[in-house]
Design a protein around this ligand. Structure first.
Ligand SMILES: [Zn+2]
Length: 366
């Protein structure tokens, strides 16, 4: 989210994260284009832990076990159009859409003595969701890992104070073993440049085989080959797994959304999630929401996933700002219908943006 008080990306880059921030990633995109998706023979869908927050005992303690089915909010609705993929990104067909499972419960800060610093949830064989504990930072952001044949894309690195690099290395090692592979490039990029999503970039930059994309708009555009920001949408190939990179400034200037053709996920960062949608540049934000609606009109959107949860399970009711615990959180996953609802809401505001609570999110112009 990043409301107030976080250092700007440029300050972080200048003072702390220079090695990571200065890296524009070199090439535009990955290498192979014709390889097939990895075989789905990897690890089981079991929650694992990154160690308890208290760092005292029992590194094998578990939090929520993964047994839930997806779509507790009816999130399996498809997009407005047919399932036809206009970019042909689903041609490999190796991973069925809308088949993964979300965690039965996310760590919510209510048990800091035993709660893990990072909850690791395997959504499917090639897709992992991490949730940072509220006990380590009230922002409690989510992090996503998308494995292709050539690269694993890591979207965001957390709010700091957690062993995110070691955790990701562990996950990558398990995936490599399950797939009979020796190595894979780790592509680290950010939904946007706010500190609660980029604080672990420096840790990741030290990981062998990791490429960390810079956090500035120009660095993001350069790495992914976007020459007409924010109008141009590009498709990045992770190796048999295509991800559309969609510039969506408005919350923050370097914000991007990702559409993952394998899972049908639309990853919307801080632009749309079940919480307070802080909008710093309203006209630009409205254009970005329209861009997302238009781009996904003919795509199958299984889930819309952001990077925080700030809504409770009571419609229209959020947790207080910086709440240390989140009992009875709203589910993480939203639907494309929410995106359309948001589009209609901000369009209707015209030149008079106002704070407006909806059941599942709150429009929050700054
Ligand atoms: Zn933010």
């Amino acid at each position: 989210m990043n409301f107030r008080g976080w250092p700007t990306t440029s300050i972080l880059c200048a003072l702390v994260f220079a090695p990571a921030c200065g890296d524009d990633g070199g090439t535009n995109g990955s290498t192979s284009g014709a390889s097939t998706t990895s075989t789905p023979t990897s690890t089981s869908s079991v929650e694992t832990s990154a160690g308890p927050v208290g760092a005292t005992t029992d590194p094998t303690s578990t939090t929520a076990m993964t047994t839930a089915t997806s779509g507790s909010t009816g999130a399996d609705s498809t997009g407005a159009g047919s399932a036809t993929d206009s970019t042909g990104g689903d041609s490999t067909g190796a991973m069925a859409k809308c088949q993964g499972a979300f965690a039965a419960a996310w760590i919510d800060g209510t048990n800091c003595g035993t709660e893990d610093a990072i909850q690791i949830h395997q959504y499917d064989d090639d897709t992992v969701i991490l949730r940072q504990s509220l006990c380590t930072n009230f922002e409690a952001p989510f992090i996503y890992l998308l494995f292709g044949d050539d690269q694993v894309l890591m979207l965001d690195t957390g709010a700091g104070g957690i062993p995110v690099a070691a955790t990701v290395q562990q996950i990558v090692d398990q995936w490599l073993a399950a797939n009979g592979r020796a190595s894979i490039e780790i592509l680290v990029t950010n939904s946007h440049g706010h500190g609660d999503h980029t604080a672990g970039n420096a840790q990741m930059a030290a990981v062998p085989g990791a490429t960390v994309v810079g956090t500035s708009q120009s660095a993001v555009a350069s790495y992914f080959g976007i020459v007409d920001w924010p109008m141009q949408i590009v498709t990045h190939d992770l190796g048999g797994r295509l991800v559309d990179v969609i510039p969506i400034p408005g919350h923050q200037t370097a914000h991007v959304a990702l559409y993952d053709h394998a899972t049908g996920w639309l990853l919307t960062g801080d632009t749309l999630y079940p919480g307070r949608l802080y909008i710093s540049d309203f006209p630009t934000y409205v254009q970005s929401i329209n861009r997302l609606v238009d781009h996904t009109a003919d795509l199958e959107v299984c889930h819309v996933l952001g990077t925080h949860i700030e809504m409770t399970n009571t419609p229209g009711q959020d947790f207080p700002f910086a709440a240390p615990t989140h009992p009875d959180e709203h589910p993480l996953e939203l639907t494309r219908d929410h995106l359309v609802e948001l589009r209609d809401a901000v369009e209707a505001m015209g030149n008079n943006p106002v704070l407006q609570a909806h059941d599942d999110f709150i429009v929050y112009p700054l």
